[in-house]
Ligand binder design. Structure first.
Ligand SMILES: *Cc1c(COP(=O)(O)O)cnc(C)c1O
Length: 378
């Protein structure tokens, strides 16, 4: 059996263990300490001047606390991009709020600003109140059309929580994804562009917001020697061990972005002569994707093959690929949620496949992938 080529696997830089050893040597084996502070500072200086980052246990936790911070409560509606991973939408349900799903547009595969406006207007008519928040996603690293989305959000005065779990290091018109909305969630899960094994962060705009997020994430203890609580708290803070991995990973983030982008260039070259296959890439120079995952769409009417056949053919060769995210409005668990759009996401799901995209993909891996792909389309 040939060795497995993964879709996206962890890729350590080398200094992660140094930071973990420091944590052990100083006995900061806790959900606070120098690595947590250092990792937050690294993220802040990477993202933008003045942003405030709270390191948390997961991207999902960051989305949850982001919604809490934006005042989402039981019975509220929250708009979410339908084409995404379920973790974008689940925190809406944790709060007893209701997701409203919005379609993607064809250029970026992300939230369609027109469908967004349509959804806000229709929900206001249907329920008598506006949605409480908007969650656009930077899918596979591709920045969403944030100017248009923010313009709609401002018009109707609804705050935006960016799901930048897949978009660390991507930029839109020169601005880092995760710094454009009112708040943003990052993820450092094992398959993301950098990983802490598991972890996330909430990007805030002010120190007060960050302090409140940290307070909520550490069980919401009031300032008193006895344990006193006037808020519902959460146990969502990042551990100082995990943050040590994050500090090591931040040293190599730029290399990881370059490597993922070079994978995308490799796939563009590989598929350029295969009719009916389109490699997903930036629509214009306004967009800079970290290309967390490289994806293609396959038009069966043109090439006579579909994404499922390609997936299985590559699996035969022990090469892992994955269909695009199944849209949330098509998921059994969200079948009752309202949906606005023109089925762009459904078509993408039907035709799209994510290809091996790790920053640790070797030349031999690429050669194996190229051979298997060419054999399949021959
Ligand atoms: C990974 C991911 C999340 C969740 O992050 P975790 O750190 O795994 O909790 C949320 N949204 C999207 C789009 C993701 O890809």
């Amino acid at each position: 059996m040939k060795s497995k080529i993964w879709l996206s696997s962890p890729h350590m830089g080398g200094n992660e263990l140094k930071y973990i050893h420091e944590a052990f040597d100083s006995n900061w084996v806790a959900p606070l300490g120098p690595n947590v502070n250092g990792f937050e500072a690294d993220l802040e200086s990477f993202l933008a001047d003045g942003v405030q980052v709270a390191a948390l246990s997961a991207g999902t936790a960051a989305l949850h606390l982001g919604l809490v911070n934006l005042g989402v409560e039981a019975g509220d509606e929250v708009i979410c991009q339908t084409m995404t991973f379920s973790a974008s939408a689940n925190p809406i349900a944790y709060l007893g709020a209701k997701p409203v799903f919005v379609d993607s547009e064809a250029d970026t595969w992300n939230m369609c600003p027109k469908a967004l406006e349509d959804a806000i207007k229709s929900r206001a008519m249907a329920t008598g109140k506006k949605p409480k928040a908007i969650i656009p996603v930077h899918l596979y690293g591709m920045p969403a059309k944030m100017d248009e989305i923010m313009a709609v959000a401002r018009k109707y005065e609804v705050p935006v929580l960016e799901d930048a779990a897949e978009g660390l290091g991507s930029t839109y018109k020169g601005r880092q994804c995760g710094t454009i909305g009112h708040m943003a969630a990052l993820s450092f899960n094992g398959n993301k562009i950098i990983t802490t094994s598991g972890g996330g962060a909430l990007v805030c705009q002010t120190k007060e917001q960050k302090d409140h997020v940290v307070f909520l994430s550490t069980q919401a203890r009031d300032t008193a020697a006895h344990y006193q609580h006037s808020h519902i708290g959460y146990n969502y803070r990042m551990s100082n061990i995990v943050a040590g991995i994050g500090r090591g990973q931040m040293e190599v983030l730029k290399d990881r972005i370059a490597a993922r982008r070079s994978n995308n260039a490799f796939y563009q070259e590989l598929f350029k002569d295969i009719e009916g296959v389109t490699v997903f890439t930036e629509p214009s120079e306004d967009f800079f994707s970290n290309h967390w995952l490289s994806c293609i769409t396959i038009d069966e009417a043109v090439c006579g093959k579909n994404r499922e056949q390609l997936r299985l053919a590559l699996l035969e060769d022990n090469i892992e690929t994955r269909p695009l995210w199944k849209p949330m409005h098509m998921q059994p668990v969200f079948q009752d949620a309202p949906y606005y759009g023109t089925n762009v996401a459904e078509k993408l799901f039907d035709r799209g496949l994510c290809l091996p995209s790790g920053s640790n993909l070797t030349d031999e891996d690429r050669a194996r992938i190229a051979k298997a792909v060419r054999a399949f389309f021959k």
